[in-house]
Design a protein around this ligand. Structure first.
Ligand SMILES: [Zn+2]
Length: 475
């Protein structure tokens, strides 16, 4: 089986084939750095992390680009309210985003273009669209995209023209545009923009870019520079971006280049809190730093998200998070046990554990190949944990092979618990103490054996004597 992904453009699961394998160009809409990103935003970024890691595990070289929206209506408003310049206001939120990303173990993109640092590319794109007659200057001095000039408009969102018109009329009472559906590419500079330093000179008038324009310009500039192409393999984001953001990105980019903008459009569903979309507007949001401050293991957050398919809404509850916390502990304990037994070299490499691991890898790949079915991949992992413990209990061979399989899966899921990771030095020390205790017990020196047990307990290691030998775990 090969990787297949649900493409919003065709509304179907399609076999994935990049334009120039093994390279895959991936653009993901990044955060708007007016405030802290909430974990609903991070659900999208984590789904993209899963996508990126699985593409890597499937042999692709992923060029991942994520923009930072550091100028738009919200950032300008927030900067003005704080009495700061735009860059002064956004800098700490950019920093916070990177910290939160690292806490959640999201792999860094290769490049994070920032809107304020990509203005020349935006100005060029608007000039191009004006030249081609698909953009015009409105009566208010702003530049608009003329939707009537782009017949493919609406293909991604599949909203028909009537709906688009009705929606636009309700949302706007501006008469500066030729057609109410038209959207701003470049907004004429207002005193509020000047006040926070959010205005740039351009041949068509001083102003600032619209949010949709930013993503088109930054993605085209980056893939042009790295890969000499004008077509992305994958463009991803949250479902709320399908319309109008991604629809507008397609219109701007394709009208300028005459080429398909992105071949696969992937969209992640919302994170809900008690059935309502998590958002700052509803006041029901939780940030990644809230979780970190509460001592929540990022591994648990990742597992919680993996256990629901990215195209299904997920309800965030404390119970579900606690359940995921227990799940990552089970994975961690199993991995520690494999590390110990694999290190000891018990049994032969082709034993029962190696068999279980081979079956697990087949199931794991089949699940993720099927439109990143992470819940099924996790179920396969827990099956391995369950069956693997039973095999270890009877001293089966193949622990080293099973450990390698778990490590391969962790390169994608990355859910080993943070606080109880295996420290090889500790493992060696425990093994040495257990051997000494064994010797003491054989020599009937129970006092020395008890002392060693206490010594182990002092370092948080609990032991249990079983017919298969002494088991230990960190508590
Ligand atoms: Zn975007």
């Amino acid at each position: 089986m090969t990787l297949a992904l649900y493409n919003t453009l065709s509304r179907s699961v399609e076999p994935f084939a990049p334009l120039a394998p093994p390279r895959v160009t991936l653009y993901t809409c990044g955060p708007t750095v007016w405030n802290y990103a909430h974990i609903g935003n991070f659900r999208t970024f984590l789904f993209e992390d899963l996508l990126r890691r699985y593409l890597g595990a499937s042999g692709y070289d992923v060029v991942h680009i994520m923009n930072l929206t550091d100028v738009d209506d919200r950032t300008i408003k927030a900067a003005a309210a704080a009495g700061k310049r735009l860059d002064e206001h956004t800098a700490p939120f950019v920093q916070a985003f990177f910290e939160d990303r690292d806490y959640l173990r999201i792999l860094p993109a290769q490049v994070y273009p920032r809107a304020t640092q990509s203005v020349p590319a935006m100005v060029r794109l608007v000039a191009q669209l004006l030249e081609r007659g698909v953009a015009y200057k409105g009566e208010d001095g702003s530049i608009y995209f003329a939707i009537a000039q782009f017949p493919n408009y609406g293909r991604l969102s599949r909203l028909d023209t009537r709906e688009l018109k009705a929606g636009a009329r309700v949302a706007s009472d501006e008469y500066a545009k030729d057609d109410p559906r038209d959207f701003a590419l470049w907004k004429k500079a207002e005193p509020a923009d000047e006040q926070v330093g959010a205005a740039w000179d351009a041949p068509f008038g001083r102003g600032r870019p619209g949010w949709h324009l930013e993503c088109s310009a930054m993605s085209l500039e980056q893939i042009g520079a790295c890969c000499h192409t004008q077509t992305l393999d994958i463009h991803a984001g949250g479902v709320d971006l399908i319309f109008p953001h991604h629809e507008d990105e397609i219109a701007q980019s394709e009208a300028a280049t005459g080429r398909p903008f992105a071949r696969y459009w992937l969209h992640g569903e919302f994170l809900n809190v008690r059935g309502t979309k998590m958002s700052k507007r509803f006041g029901n949001f939780l940030t990644a730093r809230d979780l970190r401050e509460q001592g929540v293991d990022a591994a648990a957050v990742r597992l919680l998200f993996w256990q629901t398919h990215y195209r299904k809404a997920l309800d965030f509850t404390d119970e579900a998070l606690a359940g995921a916390g227990a799940g990552v502990q089970r994975v961690g304990e199993f991995y520690e046990r494999l590390t110990r037994d694999g290190g000891r070299g018990t049994g032969d490499a082709s034993g029962r554990l190696a068999e279980l691991a081979a079956r697990f890898e087949t199931d794991f790949r089949a699940a993720l190949d099927d439109d990143l079915n992470a819940p099924r991949a996790c179920a396969a992992l827990f099956q391995l944990v369950h069956d693997g413990h039973a095999a270890l209990d009877v001293g089966a061979g193949g622990a080293a092979a099973a450990r390698v399989s778990v490590e391969r899966a962790m390169a994608v899921l990355d859910i080993l618990p943070t606080t109880k990771t295996v420290d090889p030095a500790l493992v060696r020390w425990v093994e040495e103490r257990l051997a000494a205790r064994d010797k003491a017990r054989k020599g009937k020196d129970f006092k020395a054996a008890d002392q060693i047990r206490a010594e182990l307990a002092g370092r948080g290691v609990e032991i249990e004597d079983t017919p298969a030998g002494t088991k230990w775990r960190r508590v």
